[in-house]
Design a protein around this ligand. Structure first.
Ligand code: GLN
Ligand code: ZN
Length: 768
């Protein structure tokens, strides 16, 4: 039996890589310094995996921005609009690399970034590969070999990790019509073979090819592509052993396909899909080894050793221990780095911490499990099992977790609690009379630039170095400035700016029961952006008002309406580490009741517009269509429960971003928000295709510019997008807003962009 790992967090346990990247972008450090910081993180990761006793350690799981972007560069897949950067300025990495990630604006050059989207159902975002009809590929960026060699020099037993060719194609998008990206497989395979053979020549025995798409519903051409690709490797790269990694779900009807491929080892996710083990054991061919992903790479609970061992023992019995590998379920990219760094009892109480495990601890779990499944474990090893059993027991019976009043409230939810008093058309009239907004009203999504001053004020207050009074005054000052700027820009519906919020989920979690936090539990979201998800460990409730004070203050400064700003129940659920001892839907309803209390509070304070953000609603969708209906039903229910107590004259907004919504547009409509603002501009309003056949009933603001990039959109560009929108959505239903919150931008970009946006709306209004 052997242990291995599929990938390790690359941000560094103290976010060293984030800091280095951002300093580099700001011109504060050189490229050499950035590369050095990356190398440090990489080598430290290898070392600690080695010290934990992991047999095979991943390389090339490291990235300065995103592993899919790295794959595109490795394969020489550089979209034509970036070629001037390669040719004229002879700039490859890092200018080209970061331009593809973040866009490029300098002199006359103005190049948009690659589109970004969710990595399966995680909160990680990847850069979408672009494909063109006569596309060619080549082994261009050879970091994969360099990193392997680097690891070997450190005496690391390295296993390079590469995104497999079929998933790479499936995860991308055609940028021209008249062809299917799968047809590029033939051109792509020789390049992959070149890479695999180069690795083998450099000394690699194993290579891990990630094919997470095997956990999706696949059409026949995609299945055929898998056969073609892996049989090709079987012929052309027979000297290197392939570990085919699947994760994030069950193989399901793709299991026979996976088992038919000529690979050395198949990795399956037994955290997400433990029930697939029997079928896998029944179908796996004799020549194939099996990697059991028993340690959950996506949640923070301690592994239940007894449960994992029963799976491992079953597998060993079926195929013999030489063919069994033990591993986390997926890359540990989705776990925070190290629980040992959590030392503050006020943030993460020891009573909760003892139930948890982060990436570093998960490595130990993998090793423990392999020791425990040895035929005759020694006494010390057996104690590991006893200790683990005690931890599991203490969780089941803990009074920290169970709140009977919350459970009773959930049980009493009725259908009428999910309905607004009047239908949308009636509500719209009442709201119009109160709000008096122009055609094409302009607004923003909520947050304004989180400058150094803003972050410092919060940090000082948290540390106790400034008083509550000084803190409140500081936040009020930021809010006042934000209101002034918005009035000057000429926006119609204002926001308070969210300066008091570190994060849209953490801010709420900190004020609710049932949540715990971490000091260093960062997980990469995209590029240098990291999130620190709260831990929902018990029944959720809201003891006191969470937001009213700030909104009331902001509203007192202006005669324009200021939106109350809340995070929705599905997003809070989705962006937290959630309990694994009850269904997600049960936790969602508890959170919804807490948000419902907050909505009532805001209304009572005279707030006329309340926005309940649900950017994460789509990412919660099960990967396979068969599970969609059930999920959407409880997700929509949770949202409606959170807002439906609002009076008809209160305008409820929601906001969504980061992914494609076309396929769930009817559920979005069923949420019945009066206004939805939604990301679309990075994909040039592809969202609008959904409105060709579906008449969206309520008001909608498709984002008119991308806030993930520092680029300032022109007035004409925004007007064009709005005009495009108006061909499908009547102007009377249309709002004008950016794609998402502006917290990551600076004020200059923000003001210029919003001014252009307001100007575009004004031009169109007067043209009516
Ligand atoms: N209101 C939040 C903000 O503006 C929404 C963020 C999001 O959609 N991710 O930051
Ligand atoms: Zn957003």
């Amino acid at each position: 039996m052997r242990t291995h790992n599929l990938g390790y967090p690359r941000i560094g346990s103290r976010r060293e890589l984030k800091v280095a990247c951002e300093n580099y972008w700001a011109g504060k450090i050189s490229i050499a310094e950035l590369l050095y910081a990356g190398k440090q993180v990489r080598q430290e990761n290898w070392k600690l995996q080695q010290e934990a006793g992991i047999d095979l350690i991943p390389t090339h799981d490291f990235s300065y921005y995103d592993q899919v972007l790295d794959t595109s560069l490795m394969l020489g897949n550089i979209p034509p609009r970036f070629l001037p950067l390669v040719q004229e300025e002879k700039k490859s990495f890092p200018t080209l690399y970061f331009a593809m990630a973040r866009g490029y604006q300098k002199g006359t050059m103005d190049i948009t970034a690659l589109e970004m989207t969710k990595w399966f159902d995680t909160n990680y975002h990847y850069l979408v590969p672009e494909f063109y009809k006569n596309q060619t590929f080549g082994f261009v960026c050879t970091d994969v070999v360099a990193e392997f060699v680097e690891a070997r020099q450190q005496r690391i037993n390295a296993k390079p990790v590469i995104l497999g060719p079929v998933s790479y194609l499936l995860l991308g998008k055609e940028k021209e019509t008249g062809f299917d990206r799968i047809s590029l497989l033939k051109t792509l395979l020789p390049v992959y073979a070149d890479i695999l053979n180069s690795l083998q020549k450099a000394g690699a025995i194993y290579v891990q090819l990630d094919e997470p798409c095997l956990a999706l519903d696949l059409e026949e051409p995609a299945k055929q592509a898998f056969r073609e690709a892996y049989h090709y490797f079987g012929r052309e790269c027979s000297a290197i052993k392939i570990l085919l990694a699947t994760y994030f779900g069950e193989l399901g009807e793709n299991l026979p396909l996976a088992c038919s491929l000529p690979v050395d080892t198949l990795h399956v996710d037994l955290a997400r899909a433990p029930e697939q083990l029997d079928d896998v054991l029944a179908q796996i061919p004799d020549a194939m080894s099996l990697s059991l992903g028993v340690v959950d790479g996506r949640n923070i609970w301690k592994n239940d050793y007894a449960k994992s061992l029963s799976a491992i023992n079953k597998a060993v019995k079926a195929v013999g221990d030489e063919r069994i590998w033990i591993a986390p379920s997926c890359s540990l990219l989705h776990s925070p780095c190290d629980l040992d760094l959590e030392t503050n009892e006020d943030v993460l109480p020891g009573k909760v911490k003892r139930w948890m495990s982060f990436a570093r601890q998960k490595l130990n779990e993998v090793v423990d499990l392999s020791k425990l499944s040895a035929s005759r474990p020694d006494k010390e090893t057996e104690n590991l099992l006893v200790a683990n059993r005690q931890v599991q027991q203490s969780r089941i019976s803990s009074v920290l977790i169970h709140d009977l009043s919350v459970q009773a409230r959930v049980a009493a939810i009725q259908d009428k609690d999910l309905e607004r008093g009047l239908p949308f058309c009636e509500r719209k009239k009442l709201q119009a009379a109160i709000l008096n907004l122009p055609l094409l009203p302009t607004t923003s999504i909520g947050s304004f630039p989180q400058t150094k001053d803003v972050r410092e004020a919060r940090a000082k207050f948290k540390k106790g170095t400034i008083s509550e009074k000084d803190y409140t005054e500081a936040i009020q000052k930021f809010t006042r400035e934000a209101i002034e700027v918005q009035e000057e820009i000429g926006l119609d519906v204002l926001v308070h700016g969210e300066f008091e919020r570190n994060d849209m989920v953490e801010y709420f979690g900190e004020q609710m029961n049932g949540f715990a936090f971490t000091q260093n539990g960062w997980v990469q979201s995209y590029g240098s952006r990291c999130v620190k998800p709260p831990v929902i460990y018990g029944d959720v409730s809201r003891p006191a008002s969470m937001t009213a004070e700030w909104i009331i203050y902001a509203q007192s400064l202006t005669s324009k309406p200021v939106k109350g700003m809340l995070t929705g129940p599905v997003t809070i659920l989705q962006w937290s580490f959630v309990r694994n001892d009850q269904p997600r839907s049960a936790t969602a309803l508890q959170i919804a009741l807490a948000i419902r209390d907050e909505v009532a509070d805001l209304e009572q304070s005279g707030v006329k517009i309340i926005q309940v953000d649900e950017p994460a609603i789509r990412e919660g969708l099960p990967l396979r269509k068969a599970g969609w209906a059930e999920y959407l039903e409880w997700a929509v229910k949770a949202f409606r429960l959170s807002v439906s107590s609002a009076q008809p004259q209160t305008q409820v907004h929601t906001h969504m971003c980061y992914s494609e919504f076309n396929d769930i547009i009817t559920s979005i409509a069923a949420m019945d928000a009066d206004v939805i603002t939604i990301e679309t501009s990075r994909s040039q309003m592809e969202l609008l295709d959904a409105f060709i056949n579906f008449k969206y009933p309520n008001d909608i603001g498709p984002g008119v510019y991308d806030i993930h990039s520092p680029r300032v959109p022109s007035v004409t560009e925004i007007e064009n997008l709005l005009q495009k929108a108006m061909t499908l959505i009547p102007a009377g239903q249309l709002w004008v807003n950016p794609d998402c919150g502006l917290k990551t931008r600076n004020w200059d970009e923000t003001v210029q962009s919003l001014k252009n946006m307001v100007q575009a709306a004004r031009n169109l209004r007067s043209g009516e």
